[in-house]
Design a protein around this ligand. Structure first.
Ligand code: NIG
Ligand code: FE
Length: 429
């Protein structure tokens, strides 16, 4: 018998996408692995075995035994698109929108993203951390064990760096893992308006090289240290009135030469051709896709780029038009879901809420929703070989639900069915 650190027993159903070195496309998104009366064996924060309980018990012994109490166990959620680090709030704008103003109108008038930029520039690092931490705690409580976080509320070198500092410090402090993305091209800051090209020059010639050569030193519990780069990805808000396709391409090509992975915000309000650009550049993910046409969806479906859809955004804006998930999956696409957590369009920390909306308004099956919130979401941040599945070798990030049927994650909504959250085999909540 081999020694494990812990066993998780009495799992009514262990339900997970299969381990896969590539994101799951099309029909494969619906094919979950389901083991009833299951157990997990865990060592060094990784899964040794995920199988029938009698088999696992015959092969492994451990000092710690976690009793799942006849409940459902799923992989921890990965939220691959958030803007979780900011200062201030925009409840007043929310009221204006309810009264009929559009998101882009508010933004062109200098509000929207720019009002959060003002508040974030004015706040010091401690304030930003203090405001962000409770959001991350809520994400964790709703089952998110890894999240991507974008900058983009600084828009100058110091304030972007302050957001990155906050992400790295919070990553060290909290159990969930944070993956930083540089979104210096989220909006054109007031000091450059209306000269968008001059701001693009600044992003390409100054901010990107500066951040690309910044490293953070992380200290492990045993005192050893390692170095981590400031950001893993670069993202651009490619939309009419923000950055056009040519400007987006320029920024992302520069980011690529610095070795950053690529992400894009596209077609949130109008189709612009950003999806085709994402495929051309070999982006890791292309996100929003609310207005993407069929031809571009097919091009994306046939590529290795993950399409990330953000149901909280149309919902948060009170729109009835959701991203065409069914067309994309039926065309063979690899789809992930994310919250887009931000103060403007989608202040929601809950991945299950995204799954509940996606099932209803995007016609995704509960199984597709689970794949999109776990394994495919992990692939959308380049981590699908180690996160997002409960399989041998994967990180032991898992959730015990307050239910014995994972479909309740999409069926029931408004509460929190996540009972226990484990990160690297350790109880985080
Ligand atoms: O993804 N569209 C651009 N960025 C965010 C909104 C950010 C904000 O309004 O503060 C989004 O929806
Ligand atoms: Fe976003």
């Amino acid at each position: 018998m081999a020694q494990a650190d812990s066993l998780v027993i009495n799992i009514a159903e262990l339900i997970t996408p299969p381990a896969s070195a590539a994101p799951l496309h099309g029909q494969a998104m619906h094919q979950l692995t389901r083991v009833t009366n299951a157990a997990l064996a865990i060592r060094d924060g990784r899964i040794l075995a995920a199988a029938d309980e009698p088999l696992v018990r015959a092969a492994y012994r451990a000092d710690e035994v976690i009793d799942a109490g006849g409940r459902s166990v799923v992989p921890g959620f990965v939220d691959p698109h958030t803007h979780a680090v900011w200062a201030g709030e925009r409840a007043g704008e929310f009221e204006q929108r309810i009264a009929g103003a559009s998101y882009m109108e508010i933004m062109s008038a200098g509000g929207g993203i720019l009002s959060t930029v003002q508040a974030t520039r004015a706040a010091d690092l401690d304030e930003i951390i203090a405001q962000t931490q409770p959001r991350l705690q809520r994400m964790l409580a709703h089952g998110t064990t890894t999240a991507e976080i974008k900058t983009g509320y600084g828009l100058d070198t110091d304030a972007e760096r302050k957001q990155l500092d906050a992400i790295h410090l919070l990553d060290e402090d909290l159990p969930l893992d944070l993956i930083p993305t540089f979104l210096g091209a989220h909006a054109v800051p007031p000091e450059y308006r209306p000269d968008t090209d001059a701001y693009v020059d600044f992003v390409v010639e100054e901010m990107l090289p500066d951040l690309a050569y910044t490293v953070y030193t992380v200290e492990l519990e045993d005192g050893r240290t390692y170095q981590r780069r400031a950001a893993d990805f670069c993202d651009v808000f490619c939309e009419r009135g923000v950055f056009d396709v040519a400007q987006t391409k320029r920024i992302l090509q520069a980011a690529k030469t610095h070795g950053l992975g690529l992400k894009l915000h596209v077609d949130e309000f109008e189709p612009m051709g950003g999806t085709t650009l994402a495929v051309e550049l070999g982006a890791t993910s292309v996100d929003h896709l609310v207005r993407t046409g069929e031809e571009e969806l097919r091009l994306l479906a046939a590529s290795a780029t993950v399409g990330v859809m953000l149901p909280g955004t149309p919902f948060g804006l009170g729109s009835h038009h959701f991203a065409p998930a069914r067309t994309f999956i039926d065309a063979g696409g690899a789809l992930a879901l994310a919250t887009d957590l931000n103060p403007g369009t989608s202040w929601c920390e809950s991945m299950p809420m995204m799954m509940a909306i996606a099932a209803r308004y995007m016609r995704m099956t509960p199984a597709e929703c689970l794949t999109a919130a776990t394994l495919n979401a992990a692939h959308a941040i380049g981590l699908g070989k180690q996160l997002g599945a409960l399989a041998t070798g994967y990180q032991a990030d898992f959730l015990i639900l307050d239910s014995d049927d994972y479909r309740d994650l999409t069926y029931r909504f408004g509460g929190n069915l996540v009972r226990d959250v484990y990160k690297r085999g350790v109880c985080a909540i």
